[in-house]
Design a protein around this ligand. Structure first.
Ligand SMILES: Nc1ncnc2c1ncn2[C@@H]1O[C@H](COP(=O)(O)OP(=O)(O)O)[C@@H](O)[C@H]1O
Ligand SMILES: [Mg+2]
Length: 567
């Protein structure tokens, strides 16, 4: 029997009853709560959706949160979950007012001149009201349902109990265990409960799009925001769904959406995780407006590199790069059959060969890539799963608004631009080490020696000979200096011997005049040294005859003195 606290028991019993009604009585039994399972004839995916809808806000939210995770759930379940509508009943005005005043710490009238009591939208976590500040600013106020956090916590206890029971009794084929799935949900849902985070994300998005024409996000009035109340500029306009497919307006909006999506993923590294049509509006002046920053993602430089490789690989039909990039991005706990994985990616790409992205997304191919990675037990960071699913949504919108346009052709210039920045000289120069690391990953299926070599290189165990032009110059300079010193010694010897030879007086030892004999000897030695030096210089250092004149010029300059430049 699971550890259900007395406190949670009534709710747990209710959960078990609903599960049983949709043919999941087994789960209730795991909790130790016996209920008769109804006989069912609908597909499992559909029954999951219906059960979650009946179980109420937390479970609807669970379905919605998981509907963006192709790395966790199979495609048929994702499709069902995407249909989960949270048409939660609106919270009555007195309760909303009480919560607002609690958040404001003051009467409503002290901040708002007017407040519409009927919300324009209501969902499982919050509802949105229109209001006016005293200075006349028209605002949209997103306010949390009272007690939503408390209910979520209690339901999470029950979800964890179910997950632990399932884990202990059923072997799970996926990359995530049931408990890990609930943990993922907990992270996502609790970050969505903090509207200060959402406010910061919204502002960040707005600033990053500051110079992007025709793409906006509502200005957030940070001073009025709290954890449970978000006050932002009201956007007047229509939902994106109201725009007619194939119309000029639709085409323009879609190009803006593609442009913005490209910027978010490849330049800002900060993206809207749920760009479905309900979170997009067309402002009265025609600008495309993003709403709802409850789910956003942040990409590291490495993740952006992976995205670039996958995107350009897809656009230029290079399965090899796509496979390697995905493999490199993931964590693997066991050996991956890289060859087979590559083959599978190849197969997926061939399946969509020659297709416009619109056909690509018909079976949500990006999501399929994530699923293939999962099958090969490559665990990708959650950002990639969210991006794959969000891109499929953007693509779905494109299919409606740009029905006859080959989207691959639309995005090809962007891919080309990306390639240019990725392989541009500055980038290669400053990122040489990262490039090396990437090479190491790319070579990982070469013989181990090659890998070892790259690892050794990375760890500095190999002496690398370099040809640095500066050190080369230094060597030449040192040789010149040595020769100059030798020549100076010769010159000194010659001067000494000359002096001795022309001296008017000379001591004699045993009738032999010392100066002429010593001077003549020194002179001969100096001549031999000088000749030797010149010969060595010209031949022994293997100077090409064509350089002789240059070298002789240097000798001449030495004796005649440098003109200009100085020594
Ligand atoms: N700033 C705004 N101006 C006008 N309408 C808004 C604004 N923000 C939200 N809405 C309306 O409220 C709906 C729900 O808001 P959203 O932030 O998406 O909440 P949820 O997280 O519940 O999806 C939107 O689809 C839109 O119709
Ligand atoms: Mg929304």
């Amino acid at each position: 029997m699971a550890h259900i606290s007395v406190h949670d028991l009534p709710r747990a019993t209710e959960v078990a009853r609903v599960l049983a009604a949709h043919g999941f009585g087994e789960l209730g039994r795991l909790l130790g709560l016996e209920t008769a399972t109804a006989s069912v004839d609908k597909p499992v995916a559909r029954r999951i959706r219906l059960a979650l809808a009946d179980l109420g806000p937390t479970f609807i939210k669970l379905g919605q949160v998981l509907s963006v995770r192709p790395d966790i759930l199979p495609a048929d379940v994702l499709e069902e979950l995407a249909e989960l509508q949270d048409n939660a009943p609106t919270v009555a005005w007195p309760a909303v007012k009480e919560l607002l005043e609690e958040e404001l710490g003051a009467p409503l009238e002290s901040v708002f001149a007017q407040f519409e009591e009927t919300p324009v939208a209501s969902a499982s976590i919050a509802q949105v009201h229109i209001a006016w500040l005293h200075d006349g600013t028209e605002v949209a106020v997103k306010v949390q349902r009272p007690n939503v956090e408390k209910t979520l916590r209690s339901d999470l206890h029950i979800l964890y109990s179910i997950a632990r029971m399932v884990e202990g009794n059923i072997s799970f084929p996926g990359l995530y265990t049931p408990v890990e799935i609930i943990q993922e949900f907990e992270i996502a849902v609790f970050s969505e409960l903090d509207f200060l985070q959402e406010a910061a994300a919204g502002e960040r998005f707005r600033q990053l799009h500051g110079s992007v024409e025709g793409v906006v996000a509502p200005r957030v009035l940070r001073g009025h925001c709290t954890r449970r109340m978000l006050v932002m500029e009201r956007i007047r306009g229509r939902r994106l769904n109201a725009v007619e497919g194939g119309s000029e307006e639709g085409k323009q909006l879609m190009r803006r959406l593609i442009q913005s999506w490209y910027l978010q993923l490849f330049e800002h590294g900060f993206f809207h995780g749920d760009p479905h049509p309900g979170n997009l509006m067309v402002r009265e002046d025609g600008a495309l407006c993003f709403l709802d920053f409850g789910l956003t993602g942040l990409l590291t430089a490495e993740m952006q590199d992976v995205m670039t490789a996958v995107f350009t690989g897809l656009v230029f039909r290079d399965a090899e790069s796509v496979a390697l990039a995905i493999y490199r991005a993931g964590a693997t706990h066991e050996r991956v059959d890289l060859k087979a994985f590559r083959g599978e990616i190849h197969r997926l790409m061939r399946k969509y060969e020659g297709a416009s992205l619109s056909r690509l997304s018909e079976s949500s191919s990006l999501v399929e890539f994530i699923a293939v990675a999962g099958r090969y037990r490559i665990q990708l960071p959650r950002e990639f799963a969210v991006i794959a699913r969000a891109t499929s949504i953007v693509d779905g919108i494109a299919r409606r608004l740009l029905p006859d346009v080959d989207i691959v052709a639309e995005v090809r210039p962007l891919a080309q631009r990306l390639m240019a920045t990725r392989f541009g000289p500055e980038r290669l120069g400053s990122d040489a080490f990262r490039v090396l690391q990437h090479a190491q990953a790319a070579f990982s299926d070469l013989p181990t020696q090659a890998n070892q070599l790259l690892l050794d290189l990375e760890r500095g165990r190999i002496l690398v000979t370099t040809r640095d032009p500066e050190s080369e110059e230094l060597r030449v300079e040192i040789r010149h200096a040595a020769i100059r010193v030798s020549l100076a010694v010769c010159a000194l010897a010659l001067a000494l011997s000359g002096t001795m030879l022309i001296a008017p007086w000379t001591p004699e030892i045993m009738a032999v005049p010392v100066f002429p004999v010593v001077g003549g000897g020194v002179c001969m030695v100096a001549m031999v040294m000088f000749t030797g030096l010149v010969v060595h210089w010209l031949f022994a250092t293997r100077i090409h005859p064509r350089d002789w004149s240059r070298r002789l010029g240097a000798v001449a300059r030495f004796f005649l003195g440098e003109r200009g430049g100085g020594t």
